[in-house]
Design a protein around this ligand. Structure first.
Ligand code: APR
Length: 226
């Protein structure tokens, strides 16, 4: 069974109605990243940070996976598909993908500020005063800027085994996620699906200059015909 490794970013969820970060009127245009997605921001104003993620969690519960998420599930008919996502939404899981590694955490989980390992499923707002069993404030289970990326080692090991890599809807501007392709062998073909790609086609990288909802079903059909 060939290993297909799929690295996804905000662009794959764009057609589900979730804003990307760095596109025109992206999420970071409306907020100061360091205020709402960094440990300093949390230490300065926990309520502002909780409200930022509470709004995103409410929106997530109202949107659905799109054709791109669903096409990746179809790929599992023939391949061992490992999804490594920078997204904190659960749209891959809701579409039916079985192997999803969240590099930057999960919006529908909360965690203790006392014990990083204490993670809870959490679909409602996180409010000041929502404490873990050790009586410490709960925070979003999200990797903020400047924080460690605990799943990176696992993602690097997965990437090293890839026979094919799909990169979908990411500007490849955030590390260490963007360095994952370096762990794959130089001969591993890479398909880059993005309507405004900011990497150039070279050697083993093929660019599919389309939105994910068009480009992903196309590449899935191509791979399934192989
Ligand atoms: N289909 C596919 N790609 C799209 C679509 C679409 N419909 N719309 C936009 N894109 C592309 C954009 O062209 C861009 O290359 O998706 C990419 C989105 O890039 P970013 O907004 O930078 O999002 P991402 O790469 O996921 O950001 C990485 O940065 O802010 C942090 O932690 C956050 O996980 C996030 C990380």
């Amino acid at each position: 069974m060939k290993n297909v490794v799929v690295l996804t970013g905000a662009g794959i969820s764009a057609e589900s109605g979730i804003k990307t970060f760095r596109d025109a009127n992206g999420l970071w245009e409306g907020y100061d990243v360091m205020e709402v997605a960094s440990p300093d921001g949390w230490n300065k104003n926990q309520e502002l940070v909780l409200d930022f993620y509470n709004q995103r969690r409410k929106q997530l519960l109202q949107v659905e996976p799109n054709a791109a998420h669903k096409a990746l599930v179809k790929l599992e008919e023939k391949f061992d598909v490992q999804i490594i996502t920078q997204n904190i939404d659960d749209l891959h899981e809701r579409a039916g993908s079985k192997n999803v590694t969240h590099l930057h955490g999960e919006l529908l989980k909360a965690r203790s500020t006392f014990d990083d390992e204490l993670v809870l499923d959490w679909k409602k707002d996180i409010k000041l005063g929502d404490f873990c069993e050790y009586n410490f404030q709960l925070r979003p289970h999200v990797v903020w800027f400047g924080e460690a990326v605990p799943m990176f080692q696992k993602a690097a090991e997965i990437s090293a085994e890839a026979d094919v890599i799909l990169i979908i809807g990411t500007s490849m501007q955030v590390y260490p996620a963007a360095s994952l392709i370096d762990f794959a062998s130089d001969s591993t073909p890479i398909y880059f699906i993005d309507p405004k790609p900011n990497v150039s086609a070279r050697g083993r990288i093929e660019i599919i200059e389309k939105k994910a909802v068009e480009g992903v079903p196309d590449i899935v059909d191509l791979l399934l015909q192989e």
